[in-house]
Write a protein that binds this ligand. Structure first.
Ligand code: NI
Length: 138
C-alpha cells in the first residue's frame, strides 16, 4: 500500500469556512480527499508547461492595491519580462480591489514563469493563467 504522509496547513479561518462549503457542494466526505484532488489537478495543469513553440496567454490577477509594495512589485516584474508582455489592462473593481489582465506571448515555459511569479506575489488573492496556441498550425 502507498505510504501516506500527514501534514499541517495554516489557513485563515474565513478561507477554511469557504473551503468547507466547497467540500460539501462537491460531495467530498472529508477535507483530505478534496485537498488531494486539488493537488492532482494542479499537477495535471502543469503538463502544458513543457509544450514547445510559441503560445499566447492571459494572466488574470485579483489583488488589494493597499497591500504594501504590491503594486510596485507587480509592475517591476512586468518590466522584467517586457519582451514577452504584449499589454496589460487594469480594472479598479472597487475602493480596494484591482483586477489586472496581462497578455503574454512566447514559450510556454516563459508564460508559466511570469504567471507563477505574479500569482505567488504576497497579496495577490487570485490568479489564473490561460494558454492558447497561436493558431499558426491549425
Ligand atoms: Ni486598481
Amino acid at each position: 500500500m502507498e505510504t501516506v504522509t500527514r501534514f499541517g496547513v495554516s489557513v485563515p479561518h474565513q478561507l477554511l469556512e469557504r473551503f468547507d462549503e466547497y467540500i460539501e457542494q462537491k460531495k467530498y466526505t472529508n477535507r483530505s480527499e478534496a485537498i488531494r484532488d486539488l493537488i492532482r489537478n494542479s499537477l495535471a495543469s502543469e503538463e502544458w508547461r513543457d509544450a514547445t513553440g510559441e503560445v499566447m496567454g492571459s494572466i488574470s490577477l485579483v489583488y488589494n492595491h493597499h497591500t504594501r509594495e504590491l503594486t510596485e512589485k507587480i509592475e517591476h516584474l512586468q518590466h522584467e519580462y517586457h519582451k514577452n508582455i504584449v499589454c496589460t489592462t487594469h480594472v479598479h473593481m472597487d475602493a480596494h480591489n484591482c483586477m489586472e489582465v496581462v497578455i503574454v506571448r512566447g514559450k510556454s515555459s516563459v508564460a508559466h514563469d511570469i504567471a507563477d511569479r505574479l500569482i505567488s506575489t504576497r497579496g495577490v488573492k487570485l490568479g489564473k493563467l490561460a494558454l492558447l496556441s497561436t493558431g499558426k498550425n491549425l
